[in-house]
Design a protein around this ligand. Structure first.
Ligand SMILES: [Zn+2]
Length: 165
């Protein structure tokens, strides 16, 4: 298992010097620490050896967990594992594969809304990624549009605009 904090910090309530430095410099945040401890305790009952958590993105009530491993391990059978992590963490969760391409990552973030297209847009003044969604889903977003905007921007590290068509 590879977590945002080291193994010792995942099973104690203290942070070692290394992890404290990462926390102070903003490389990891409180959610990363909390999530690491939850996953460490879940690993006592479930095989989580292959789990590799790269980073988390926290926007409003949503936490996106980016993994280099199979997202299915954290999701679990019928979503039982993710439900438990979500309850313990107190946030809604999306698990996204860090190795997937941008479009597939966005599909996972916006699920169950089908994405019509993803385009890189360059104008004289700005550069952004346009995500096109079907208009009839506008009222059925899994999270608020603002939350999705921010999460998508931080996920791709670029400005993202969502449009309905
Ligand atoms: Zn540590």
């Amino acid at each position: 298992m590879e977590l945002p904090v080291c193994e010792i910090c995942a099973y104690t309530n203290n942070l070692c010097k290394n992890c404290k430095d990462k926390f102070k410099s903003g490389k990891i945040n409180e959610i990363d620490i909390e999530l690491s401890r939850i996953l460490y305790s879940l690993a006592k009952h479930k095989n989580m050896d292959d789990v590799i958590v790269k980073r988390t993105i926290n926007v409003d009530g949503l936490v996106v967990i980016l993994v280099d491993s199979n997202p299915g391990i954290l999701i679990g059978k019928q979503g039982r594992t993710i439900k438990r992590i979500s309850q313990e963490l107190g946030y809604k969760i999306r698990v996204i594969n860090n190795k997937k391409n941008h479009k597939d990552q966005l599909s996972d973030l916006f699920w169950p809304i089908p994405i019509l297209g993803v385009n890189d847009v360059f104008t004289l003044n700005e550069e952004y990624i346009k995500v096109r969604l079907p208009r009839n889903y506008a009222k059925r977003l899994p999270f608020s549009l603002d939350t999705l905007h921010q999460a998508a921007s931080r996920l791709l590290d670029k400005k993202v605009k969502v449009i309905f068509e």
